[in-house]
Design a protein around this ligand. Sequence first.
Ligand code: FNR
Length: 379
Amino acid sequence: MITDIEDLRILAKKRVPRMFYDYADSGSWTESTYRANQGDFQKLLLRQRVAVNLSDRSIKSQMVGQDVAMPVAIAPTGLTGMQHADGEILAARAAKRFGIPFTLSTMSICSIEDIAEGTDGHPFWFQLYVMRDRAFVERLIDRAKAAGCSALVLTLDLQISGQRHKDLKNGLAAPPKITFRNALNLASKPRWLLGMAGTRRRTLGNIFGHVEGVEELGSLAEWTARQFDPCLSWEDVRWIRQKWGGKLILKGIQDVDDARMAVGTGADAIIVSNHGGRQLDGAPSSIKALPAIVDAVGSQIEVHMDGGIRSGQDVLKAIALGAKGTYIGRAMLYGLGAGGEAGVTRALEIIHKELDLTMAFCGVTRLADVDRRIISDIT
Ligand code: FNR
């Protein structure tokens, strides 16, 4: 019986090939930031209040002016279609039904056009990586516009990549390279294999077939590795804002000075994020970095956060410390690996219920009334 996100993680670990499960469930180098993202949520204590009328409650909210059933969006995650066949389409459908935003990664398996088709044109968010090939960046922006995307999430913390030991040892690739070790592991995942046999989407859908000369896997991997632009600057952010013209969210802010720079670009929101502990190992957890950034820029720009959210209690703590919205990466991936679209829906239901009840235990009935007063100063 599935009662929490941890149950979904355990089931996903059984069903997803090791290479892709490890890709999701790991951080860079010593994984200290990855662990702190979850661990620091545990250190925050909530204040229980009693004898409050709790009969009429709402956790509905808005993110960048868009109505959300709860202040939780699905974070962009690469290779999601390798956790489960057609993974991005399934997760986008679950998000649509639930009434929360789905963010598609540049590095997804299903393409922008696949998501638009798979959700009957329901608006979703697109996450952009700035590549050296600026003509390709422009084409991605145009494709996102054509697909009706209602926000662009520009990720700023991956000009260069942190190292995840397991990905190197597993020889991570999509589709997976068949080595003796992989073949043994894949053979023990019949449900996953069956799903993959039934889809044509097994490689980077936004790139494959959209860039001249990268039609086969070897050149695709090489091209993407070379493409992340180490020269990315705030000037580029302004250029992208102009080119996009719609709601813009800057992802990967950890520092107050960078948050102030982000305000200057005219973006609509920032995401306090350390990329789920996958980039700078040794950086503070997101929940620790959040309050100072809210204090510095919260009155000028919407502040969102992600990293370590595995429960509604975590979401509530982030909202209490000033986040207007949150994102789930792994909590969604575990649901997807465990049970496809139904698994993602289950993850969202779990978080929704936990958030609603935890807010009520704190004596609050409207999410808009949640603030730092619900955090206990007893530590
Ligand atoms: C990510 N993340 C990420 N971010 C992004 O902007 N583009 C991407 O392609 C990816 N890819 C990616 C893959 C995987 C497997 C993970 C786990 C994460 C980071 C992601 O958007 C988000 O910041 C974190 O996942 C948040 O932390 P939690 O919720 O996973 O703890």
